[in-house]
Design a protein around this ligand. Structure first.
Ligand SMILES: Nc1ncnc2c1ncn2[C@@H]1O[C@H](COP(=O)(O)OP(=O)(O)OP(=O)(O)O)[C@@H](O)[C@H]1O
Ligand SMILES: [Mg+2]
Length: 374
């Protein structure tokens, strides 16, 4: 069994509809139930901010801060993490949207939010991801990169450095400054970062595909076939240096075309994740709503297992309204599967009865008007 990373305390101040709340957790799964608008997803969002980035809603810090609060918001958590017991404090001091968030780990200011990944890995599934397969490719890329990030924390830095380099190239092209030495310097950087990004995505998908292959017989959820498309398709077995040279040459050749388009037309920022329902040989976008949800749940759970296998620590799962569209049998199977992953899962719903199959395996809380009761 992987080591169970679990939250033992969560304290929020001026976070969304919570002026002040404190939860004491005993390491079991956490079920949050309550009416619409009670604050269940808000609690999940607070936990999601224990990973780098802007959390599961990708909200601005101004939006997160409670309306009417005089300063910013604060989150404090105690957990049994990947390196043992740890205290994490994060938040912003002002309502100014441009403020970056503070982070303290064991009361010491952290240099970067990436340090969070030394202590816990988080995966989430929310109703806003229901349109993942039918919507635009940027959401799928973000989803894909989050999967990579939970295995390879350096991926985030690579992606943001690529973005920065691409922006400066776009700016030069926009200003019609076709300085070959300057541009090729930037393009070289884009090539090495871009190919590294594509390779990291492909490597993660390969590992995930293998794991799905090994476990799909016993899973109550349909198996997904996964493929990257839109950038260096089908060439991942070639040496990275060759691909870098090729991509750099491609960029150099397309300067005038990209200048006319006002953006860089080829690169990892244009890639897409193609998901298929394996048994049915059907693209996910053409599957039924329920099938799409089941594919997504299966994918997240397979990834959670992969993270646990590779790091030795089970990730914390945030499953917002996951039980809502499942029948009783499926729901029970889902809970067993979540439990077998060996990590702590946070689940929400409007009706406590939906979670009764969890029994003693979970701690139950009722959420009402920005207050939480056990
Ligand atoms: N910055 C904020 N300050 C105060 N209240 C906020 C802020 N942001 C959101 N809210 C409120 O928080 C409330 C709870 O939202 P949340 O999404 O957590 O509800 P929920 O319990 O998940 O509901 P549902 O069952 O509909 O998903 C909403 O009524 C929303 O208006
Ligand atoms: Mg909600």
């Amino acid at each position: 069994m992987p080591h169970k990373v679990s939250l033992s305390r969560l304290k929020l101040t001026d976070f969304r509809n919570y002026a002040s709340v404190s939860l004491s957790l005993d390491g079991r799964h956490v079920v949050l139930t309550g009416d619409n608008g009670a604050g269940k997803t808000n609690l999940m969002e607070a936990v999601s901010l224990l990973s780098p980035g802007r959390g599961l809603r990708r909200a601005t810090y101004g939006d997160i801060t409670r309306v009417g609060a005089s300063g910013g918001f604060a989150i404090f958590a105690e957990l049994d993490g990947m390196e043992g017991e740890v205290e994490i404090g994060t938040g912003v001091d002002t309502t100014d949207d441009s403020a970056s968030r503070r982070l303290r780990i064991n009361a010491t200011p952290a240099k970067s939010a990436d340090e969070l990944t030394d202590h816990l890995r988080l995966l989430w599934l929310t109703p806003s991801m229901d349109g993942l397969f039918t919507g635009g490719s940027s959401e799928r890329r973000r989803f894909l990169d989050r999967l990579v990030l939970s295995l390879d924390p350096a991926h985030g830095r690579r992606a943001s450095d690529f973005e920065r380099a691409m922006r400066s190239r776009n700016k030069l092209l926009d200003e019609r400054r076709f300085d070959p030495a300057w541009l090729s310097g930037i393009e070289q950087q884009m090539a090495s970062l871009g190919i590294a990004m594509a390779m990291a995505r492909q490597e993660m998908l390969g590992l995930l595909a293998r794991l799905i292959e090994e476990t799909h017989d016993t899973s109550p959820f349909p198996a997904a076939a996964l493929e990257l498309a839109g950038f260096i398709d089908g060439q991942f077995s070639r040496p990275a240096v060759d691909l870098e040279d090729e991509y750099a040459a491609m960029l150099a050749e397309s300067r005038y075309r990209d200048a006319a388009a006002g953006r860089t037309l080829v690169g990892p920022h244009r890639a897409d994740l193609i998901v298929r329902h394996r048994q049915k040989q059907m693209e996910a976008a053409r599957c039924s709503t329920g099938e799409q949800k089941a594919l997504l749940v299966g994918l997240i759970l397979a990834h959670a297992r992969l993270v646990a296998n590779l790091t030795g620590h089970a990730p914390i799962l945030l499953l917002d309204e996951i039980a809502a569209h499942l029948d009783e049998g499926r729901r029970a199977a889902l809970f067993d599967l979540i439990d077998a992953l060996g990590g702590q899962a946070f689940m929400t719903g409007t009706d406590r009865a939906m979670f009764c199959a969890l029994g003693e395996r979970a701690q139950f809380f009722t959420v009402a008007d920005g207050k939480v009761f056990e």
